[in-house]
Design a protein. Structure first.
Length: 260
């Protein structure tokens, strides 16, 4: 049975948005999908996990961040703080206990940030495990700002916006000064991280967007957590081939017994 599209109100005033959610009922710890920048909850990997969850009778929740997919708002008006708030609102509204967070690209950063916050603010919702696909931790600083030519930095500083050409869409991606500056409030690299749960990282070694060195760096920042890192030699950023999807499902299933 296909889930009915729902909307969750998040934020107030100018920052109010309606977040689109698809929630499938099922047994076991719910699996929650956290998508990537400019992606949406109906993309290939999310749909594959939804089909797996239906076959397995597992609870599965997916949503679109503000300015993404079927949620309200223009993409350029939102930042990491908003998208993290969206994720936390979904977890609060749609889970009653530990979930398995599956974070893709930016969603990997969001998953880690949400986990660290939930451990302190809502221990009953601290995740049972994380599956991170090409996790783009600190991407606004390390993969955007640090890689930009000085001319583009000057454009962002002066105009507050740069239209970045995208390989995944005919439309350019607006990179705002607010996105870069807000990202600095959430940087994780530079000190040890502790999630208190098992983590499985899937990373392509031919990923042009999130180099696999970033995944190695993340592992080094998780000295106390049980971490498995799977490097896919010919894998790209999307990791959406049938073989990649099989690895993803196996990673989720591998965490499930520890969470049961």
């Amino acid at each position: 049975m296909k889930p009915e599209l729902q909307f969750l109100s998040v934020g107030a005033g100018d920052e109010h948005r309606e977040i689109a959610v698809l929630a499938q009922a099922g047994k076991g710890p719910p699996v929650v999908w956290l998508g990537g920048l400019r992606s949406d909850m109906r993309a290939t990997k999310a749909e594959a996990l939804a089909a797996w969850a239906e076959r397995a009778g597992r609870a599965f929740i997916r949503f679109d961040y503000a300015g993404h997919g079927e949620s309200s708002g223009d993409f350029a008006q939102w930042t990491m703080s908003h998208w993290l708030e969206d994720a936390q609102a979904i977890l609060t509204a749609h889970t009653k206990g530990p979930a398995i967070l599956v974070g893709s690209s930016m969603g990997g950063w969001v998953a880690l940030l949400a986990t660290l916050r939930l451990r302190l603010a809502a221990p009953h919702l601290r995740p049972a495990g994380l599956v991170l696909i090409a996790p783009a931790v600190d991407f606004t600083e390390e993969l955007m700002w640090a890689q930009m030519p000085e001319a583009i930095r000057e454009t962002i500083a002066r105009d507050g916006l740069w239209q970045r050409p995208s390989e995944y869409s005919p439309e350019p991606m607006p990179i705002t000064r607010a996105l870069i500056e807000d990202g600095r409030r959430h940087l994780l690299f530079g000190h040890p991280l502790e999630t208190g749960c098992p983590i499985h990282i899937l990373q392509g070694m031919k990923d042009p967007d999130v180099p696999y060195g970033q995944a190695l760096k993340l592992v080094e920042h998780l000295p106390h957590d049980p971490v498995v890192l799977t490097l896919i030699k010919d894998g790209d950023h999307r990791l959406s081939t049938p073989e990649d999807i099989a690895r993803l499902i196996a990673a989720v299933e591998g965490i499930a017994p520890a969470a049961a």
